[in-house]
Write a protein that binds this ligand. Sequence first.
Ligand code: AR6
Length: 173
Amino acid sequence: MQITADDGRIVALQGDITRLDVDVIVNAANGSLLGGSGVDGAIHRAAGRELYEECRTLGGCLTGDAKMTQGYRLPAANIIHTVGPVWRGGHDGEDVLLASCYSKSLALAAGVSASTIAFPAISCGVYRFPVLQATQLAISTVRRWQASHDAPHTVFFCCFTSEVWAAYEQLLA
Ligand code: AR6
């Protein structure tokens, strides 16, 4: 199932991000960039050992920042690894940091002229960010980017849980 916004530049869909045939997928990583659980674990398993080897050369990543690697065994040519904020109640700059994950990832994707990019629900798993708030922030940050940039043309929000899917369904319907 998927929902496409009127202008065709935002699509929400259900599924496993490692299977998507897009130019770039985004990973919800941690500061070490050396792998973890959740979507991070799935991406490292699917891309293979070479991804880990490249990540070791990157020197980690700050919260709210993003770094790009090759996609290796994934259909996607590149992976952008971003580090979302841990939810600490909302008074610790979480909104600004999460928005930064989306905008920095979009800028890196534009830098390789990506036409399509897929995001997981950054910070909505282990990092416990409230799903509806994260979803609103993701859509508004992407819309702000798209208002002044042609690339990436289409942004996919890949929903792995029914809660995340329900939030996008509510906001895009
Ligand atoms: N495809 C798409 N989304 C997925 C997949 C998948 N294959 N697997 C899980 N998700 P999380 P975070 C969803 O915990 O909250 C890791 O250990 C998941 O259901 O992966 O940013 C990192 O190394 C949820 O909706 O990321 C960090 O230490 C969303 O992806 C930490 O977790 C994000 O959940 C990052 O925590």
